[in-house]
Design a protein. Sequence first.
Length: 242
Amino acid sequence: MAPPLPTAHAHGHHHPHTEQHLTSSALLQDIVIGLSDGLTVPFALAAGLSGAVASTQLVITAGLAEVVAGSIAMGLGGYLAGRTEVEHYDAELAREHREVKELPDREREEVRELVEAMGLSPETQQRVVDELVQDEEQWVKFMMKYELGLEKPDPRQASKSAATISLAYAVGGLIPLSAYMFVDTPQQGLIISAIITLLCLLVFGYFKSRQTGQPPIAGAFRMAGIGALAAAAAYLVARQFA
């Protein structure tokens, strides 16, 4: 179906809903990124250490150090990704402004081709082009959205993503480590940690898959399987070389 023309009335009416949708989607994505890695990486590290050391305190200390370092690294990655998106949009925006000034005829023809693809009659196409090019800001905004497929990113999203991913990673990482705080040996901690973490991965995988439109049961077992495989590999390697 042809997308609607971005009239001022339609844009004003739908803008809050679109922003809310995009914000929710970005928040969910950041939580998924942070939690999935936070549950899996510290769990695998703790499992590996459990096969190599005899002190639960050492497992806890190393695990907490990894959670702190991992949450900072993941948050920084989220921040840089958000800033890159903003910088890319700004660069394309500046290029479009330059092109409508320096190559107006070519840009007008591109607008006509875009509205033609929407199925409008030649007369309507011409009216849309004539009206749109009267306002350079709307002209450029139209080209950004319909030619390049770019929406203006929230400049604050980079900081929000960094905070969300870091917090989600830290929360996820503390779950597998918590079991070691209440036992005497790393092997006991590993059993409890595995039960708690795999249950969390099952639940998280289930709801993540439901939110993203994937089969939830398969998603739950896939995420738990990845965590179990990573932990088993780390444990076996540590046992082999300990």
